[in-house]
Design a protein around this ligand. Sequence first.
Ligand code: TXA
Ligand code: MG
Length: 347
Amino acid sequence: MSEMETKYWNVQDEKIDVNNSKIIAAAEAIRRQETVAFPTETVYGLGADATSHSAVDKIFQAKGRPGDNPLIVHIAKIEQVEQVVEDIPDMALKLMEAFWPGPLTLILNSNGASADNVTAGLSTVGVRIPDHPVAQAMLTASQVPVAAPSANRSGRPSPTTAQHVYDDLAGRVYGIVDCGPTGVGVESTVVDCTGEQAVILRPGGVTKEELEQVVETVSTDSAVENKEEQPKSPGMKYTHYAPNAPFWLVEGSADAMQQEINRLNQDGLNVGVMASEENAAHYQHAIVKSCGSRENLREVAQQIYDVLRTFNRENVDVILGETFTKKGLGVAVMNRLEKASSKIIKI
Ligand code: TXA
Ligand code: MG
């Protein structure tokens, strides 16, 4: 694609509302069918007018994203759902009222208003209201539903800072709105509401336990756990979130991790370790980065993508990662780490 000069709007120290001149400029760019990266509470998204095929096509071009992977449509208010969705089942209404704005995407029957490259030709569409003042103001000012995948080059870790977006997409998108690091750090939970029961297609910022407090039965698409199966969420089948060096998960004690470091050192390899705060100080002969405490999975979720990316600036041949509990937010954290990894070592 032809390169352009990407505009950079830093709004970190500004009042964020629909009167902010940078927010207005970003929203106007969306209205003119340009692509703009902006922060949500989960990760930065790369937005374009969801009703325009040519605008949405620019997202796919910029990211190098496969065309069979549908995008999430972002809106500002619950009333706007009807602009893109055919009918709203009771269960979906309950989930919207409980979790929007927030890190929950609902898959509903499309009314056809979204461009067909948004839904990748499916009869359903993913919708969410993000819980971030910049996203809210931009969506309100642009007055159109905005299709937005995570604003990374396809296959790389999702961006949790504007710098991550810049590193991946400078020259390939019209603009970037910088409002500092995002809070949740992993993407939204994707829940299919088109059947009898709610089905989690991608674990994320809202946990299964939280969903179960609102709707009776929540199941998880079997493809989330089983890599062999064809997932219902098309995006789940691709390699994702990967840093430059191979990333291997090590399931075992801190001693087992140290043995693995030693073994790789003997082979002449420089080793990086993504460690919990509890173990980080114990490892030797490796470049060690902490991604937060085992006792605080919110912190871990917020930091994993940034830590994976910082290893790209280190001279490492392989990155080893600790594993975390698969409970609560740990389900989303481990889903992303497993997808980023090319190997899981059990010691
Ligand atoms: O937190 C998030 O969800 C972020 C922010 C920017 O909102 N967005 C995001 O988008 O993670 P993306 O494109 O990276 O991931 C969207 C996921 C993919 O796994 C995609 O396959 C799935 O949602 N998806 C979208 N529409 C779908 C549909 N109609 N049916 C099934 N899965 C769908
Ligand atoms: Mg993504």
